[in-house]
Design a protein around this ligand. Structure first.
Ligand code: FAD
Ligand code: FES
Length: 351
């Protein structure tokens, strides 16, 4: 059983299988709709239903309020069709965006490495190579495919069939606890992707500023490795925050990159490092480190932010105080179920 979905204003009609979400059907058909969390939490994928019936699925009551449901709005990542449907979505052309249809990628776990006490690198060799833009993410199907969680791709696209995910265990989190405690090398798994519009605007001439916190390092790492491999000579700076030295993974690798490439600078920041540890780098949060490093003047940059919503919001405020505009700031927020009640930054139309 399937229904027809017409997407305005482009006027394209696609088939949607019973139980398939609007977002999944559109992305697999190569039509990009705005999205971020893919789990009904962030409201980025809100669309207007012009005609037909939808089931709102697991949309949270914060991301899709009752009055919005009454007005015919729905979240494309959760909504399933109950008839032929016409929706209207905000579809913006992006000069540097590649249109890569989402597909399923079965694969095998090849390695699991502890990067820090709370973060594991999981390497998965996919049966087919996955084409993606550095900065994008995948959905990882867990516990035999019962449900999925979003994880950013930490490797550059040139790596080939082995993708790398850096996964922080979330206390009380179902998926990350399972990955850290149960997932084994050799296990067959499934990914879908690539998702997201977090990628480097390569046609923009400005210097690049990457700001990452926690396990949000994956996308900036993929982007930086991709740019350096391609011989990009624009100045680029990574400001990377963790709580303490033990959590600062890939630190030596970034120091080595900074020594090798004169256009790459690396600014690590620790927010909770013991005073007597001998750490001589910056002490404080990512946004504070960036403000100090650039003397509160971010003009002439494109900024790419990746990490938990609170870190991103602090970085946006600091960047704007340092005279960077909304159009120069791009971000990937790691929404989780804990962020359900978090309202999106009013400074931005979309993520
Ligand atoms: C685009 C994107 C990219 C991401 N990339 C990464 C990445 O590269 N690495 C990474 O480690 N993470 C990443 N994340 C986060 C990841 O997808 C998971 O959300 C996170 O790891 C938690 O998953 P979980 O299943 O362990 O926790 P969940 O079981 O989903 O719970 C998460 C937290 O919410 C709490 N919680 C559960 N339900 C509720 C509720 N109803 N109300 C309030 N609190 C609740 C839990 O106790 C827990 O603390 C990304 C997220 C997004 C959206
Ligand atoms: S992408 Fe649908 S609510 Fe976040």
């Amino acid at each position: 059983m399937s229904y027809e979905l017409t997407i305005e204003p482009i006027g394209q009609t696609i088939e949607v299988e019973e139980g398939q979400t609007i977002l999944d059907a559109a992305l697999r058909a190569g039509i990009w709709l705005p999205h971020a969390c893919c789990h009904g939490l962030c409201a980025t994928c809100k669309v207007q239903v012009l005609d037909g019936e939808v089931d709102h699925g697991e949309a949270s009551s914060f991301a899709l309020m009752d009055f919005e449901r009454d007005e015919g709005k729905t979240l494309a990542c959760c909504a399933r069709l109950e008839s032929d449907v016409t929706i209207e979505a905000e579809i913006e052309e992006e000069a540097d965006a590649e249109s890569i249809p989402v597909r399923d990628f079965p694969g095998t776990v090849t390695r699991i490495e502890a990067l820090t006490p709370t973060i594991k690198a999981v390497f998965i060799e996919t049966d087919e190579p996955m084409h993606f833009q550095a900065g994008q993410y995948i959905n990882f199907f867990l516990e035999g495919g019962e449900y999925s969680r979003a994880f950013s791709l930490a490797n550059p696209p040139s790596t080939g069939r082995e993708v790398e995910l850096n996964i922080r265990v979330v206390p009380g989190g179902r998926g990350t606890t399972w990955i850290h405690e149960q997932l084994k090398v050799g296990e067959r798994v499934r990914l879908s992707g690539p998702y997201g519009r977090f990628f480097v605007r390569k046609s923009a001439p400005e210097a690049l500023l990457f700001m990452a916190g926690g396990s949000g390092l994956s996308s900036p790492r993929s982007m930086i490795l991709d740019l350096l491999e391609a011989g990009d000579t624009r100045p680029m700076t990574l400001v990377y925050g963790q709580r303490n030295r033990g959590e600062l993974y890939y630190h030596d690798a970034f120091l080595a990159l900074a020594a090798k490439y004169p256009n790459f600078s690396y600014v690590p920041a620790l927010s909770d490092e013991p005073a007597d540890s001998g750490w001589d780098g910056f002490r404080g949060y990512v946004h504070e480190a960036a403000t100090a490093h650039f003397d509160n003047d971010f003009r002439g940059h494109k900024a790419y932010l990746c990490g938990p919503p609170l870190m991103i919001d602090a970085c946006i405020t600091a960047l704007m105080q340092g005279r960077l505009f909304e159009r120069d700031i791009f971000m990937e927020k790691f929404f989780s179920a804990a962020d359900v009640q978090q309202v999106r930054s009013p400074l931005f139309k979309r993520i």
